[in-house]
Write a protein that binds this ligand. Structure first.
Ligand code: B12
Ligand code: SF4
Length: 561
């Protein structure tokens, strides 16, 4: 029997015996917790799920209490018996998430998990996290049902949220955010990615069919954020460029008219969204994630520039053809062709945050220096250098799990294939063995690459892309913050260095926040959207056939049409 089973029921029973059902409903609170071991007081980007789930919380439960542990840790005393605690877990924060869940349950609360990791491992969240219920997939609709059932004292074990249509994505409750705490807000425009990279789980969990939100909803949310004083917005999309020239050409060559029409509609909607973003106040800055193929589509890049989408994380991963093949990304260019393609982004006004992976089987000691040189040659404005991590749900993970099945490597009593359950202090930095280099060598070389790319002289040179001295200072600070938050606290095994990095990151984050703050524009109003039948039908078609009812100025399309 678990500790909470001894404690929680008695607390809850006492509470239930003391108060009537109505009194209990009146006093219960819903808490949504974003777990994190690292609290910096200020965060770079809003965790979007927190504000979307707040919108999904039924009115009868009142406004939820939002706790983002990347700012401050949760205070256990805020949780009362009968409360409902929703916790989001991705693989990196699962252990902390389970700790929060067990604490909440021991205080007599209902504990519900969701998020990508809980979707992939619902049993683990029920057992290790002592959850009462798990919401798998999208929470926009399923969370409401879970809350109502908890209020009635009868939660189900699993709520299947599935993949809802783009038209059903909820707008976030930004009115519940403390704008003082975040530098960038996050708004999602599309979910899913047609690719199938071996290290990524997105195409498996979010699906390969792009699910786009109506541009009107996206723009309305951004207006709400600009009113609050946010002019920096991350478009939290899996892939902002879901239709490539190759996709269009293939559909044409195959004579697949339906596919061609579908792809053309998706592409048209992207342009429609960007046209509307271009009408927003000129001081807005958007940032997104997309594939390198957009470099051949200068019309798209020009539209991004007009829309103030000033930067994009581009998954470069490896700079050699062998490296790209190893991660099923051989549609990416390599070598000089890659550098030229990325330069095109810059020439068309879109800055690249290049994302590179180290530890691929094809990597050699020379790969590290070569990668920094290529990143600089390609003119990327920011870069991240991550160490190969087999994330659950990926092809790489499946292969590794199979290899380990016979004779699993153990760390304490945890098999290495469940590395997220290993306490952070003793968790290895790399999990899959490399054919020629030790994990430590890869880690040290990766750390050196971060140090080289983010040396002061190189940052100063890159900062010349900014329009004035203030922006240049902001750029320098942000570059150092990025390096510090990531490489200093994440890769480093030296606890003194980690501690120093955390303190430094906390201070820098606070300073950076001021640089990102804009004057609120309470007078900014959302447009009244004109009815647009043709457009709405297009939307319905590519939202996976899920035409949601639309009220207000929109035309209502039922599922039967
Ligand atoms: C935007 C984004 C980022 C941004 C912003 C992060 C932030 N602060 O929000 C940045 C670039 C900073 C980032 C960084 C990283 N990210 Co990221 N990121 C994303 C991305 C593309 C979108 C996330 C998002 O906001 N979606 C919009 C919200 C509304 O959707 P959602 O989070 O899925 O939530 C929905 C459901 O999951 C569910 N739900 C979620 N939580 C809960 C909780 C409850 C109680 C319930 C009921 C339901 C529920 O309901 C929500 C609404 O439908 C996802 C891809 C993806 N498809 O998830 C990757 C993703 C989450 N990231 C990933 C990774 C690996 C990282 C990094 C580790 C990358 C790296 N190597 O540095 C870092 C870690 C950062 C950290 N410490 O958290 C992986 C996680 C894999 C895993 N198994 O955990 C993903 C899935 C991408 C991938 N390639 O596989 N990321
Ligand atoms: S890494 Fe990027 S391009 Fe590859 S499947 Fe994931 S989201 Fe798509």
């Amino acid at each position: 029997m678990r500790f909470c089973d001894l404690l929680a029921p008695s607390k809850k029973a006492l509470y239930e015996a003391t108060y009537s059902y109505e009194e209990r409903l009146d006093s219960l609170s819903v808490h949504l917790v974003n777990p994190s071991d690292n609290s910096f007081g200020t965060a770079v980007i809003t965790p979007r799920w927190l504000f979307v789930l707040a919108a999904a919380t039924p009115g009868v439960a009142g406004d939820p209490i939002l706790v983002d542990e990347s700012l401050e840790q949760i205070v256990p005393e805020t949780i009362q018996p009968g409360d409902i605690v929703g916790i989001s877990v991705h693989t990196g924060n699962a252990l902390r998430g389970y700790e929060v869940g067990r604490m909440a349950r021991s205080r007599g609360a209902w504990v519900v998990y969701g998020g990508i990791h809980a979707t992939l491992f619902p049993e683990e969240a029920l057992e290790r996290g002592e959850g009462h219920a798990i919401v798998t997939g999208d929470g926009d609709i399923a969370w409401g049902k879970a809350v109502v059932d908890c209020m009635a004292g009868k939660p189900e074990k699993i709520y299947e949220g599935g993949r809802i249509g783009g038209n059903e994505f909820l707008a976030a409750r930004w009115d519940l955010m403390n704008p003082e705490k975040y530098m960038w807000a996050s708004v999602q425009t599309i979910r899913g990615c047609p690719k199938h990279c071996s290290f990524c789980s997105v195409w498996r969990t979010d699906g390969q069919k792009p699910r786009q939100r109506r541009f009107q909803g996206v723009v309305d949310e951004i207006v709400a954020l600009r009113r609050l004083g946010f002019r920096f917005i991350a478009l939290a999309d899996d892939n902002f460029y879901p239709v490539t020239f190759t996709d269009l050409r293939q559909a044409r060559e195959q004579g697949n008219t339906a596919r061609l029409e579908e792809l053309t509609a998706i592409r048209a909607e992207r342009f429609h969204l960007m046209e509307e973003l271009a009408k927003l106040p000129r001081d807005m800055v958007f940032y997104t994630q997309m594939t390198m193929e957009a470099g051949e589509d200068v019309e798209f890049l020009d539209a991004m520039k007009k829309a103030n989408i000033k930067g994009a994380l581009v998954g470069i991963e490896a700079v050699t053809p062998e490296g790209l093949k190893a991660v099923y990304k051989d549609w990416n260019l390599s070598g000089d062709a890659m550098a030229r393609q990325l330069q095109t982004f810059k020439e068309h006004g879109v800055h690249v945050l290049g994302s590179f992976i180290f530890g691929l089987p094809t990597d050699r000691p020379s790969t590290f220096d070569f990668t920094v040189a290529m990143a600089e040659k390609a003119g990327v404005t920011f870069a991240q250098f991550v160490m190969m991590t087999p994330f659950p749900g990926t092809v790489d993970f499946g292969r590794w799990e199979k290899e380990q099945a016979e004779n699993p490597t153990m760390v304490g009593d945890v098999p290495i294939t469940r590395y997220w359950l290993i306490p952070t202090a003793v968790r290895p930095k790399m999990f899959t063995p490399h054919p020629t280099m030790s994990s430590n060598e890869i880690r040290e070389r990766t750390q050196k690459v971060w140090d080289t790319f983010y040396r002061w002289s190189a940052i100063w040179k890159r900062s010349s892309c900014t329009p004035n001295l203030r922006s240049r200072v902001a750029f320098m600070f942000l570059s150092k913050l990025y390096r510090q938050m990531y490489a200093g606290t994440g890769i480093s095994t030296d606890s003194a260095r980690r501690k120093k990095s955390k303190a430094w990151a906390r201070w820098t984050a606070h300073q950076c926040k001021k640089l990102f703050q804009a004057k609120p524009m309470p007078e900014l109003a959302s447009r009244t959207w004109a009815p647009d039948l043709a457009h709405s039908i297009g939307q319905a078609a590519f939202a996976g056939g899920d035409a949601a009812d639309m009220s207000g100025p929109f035309i209502v399309i039922s599922r039967e049409q």
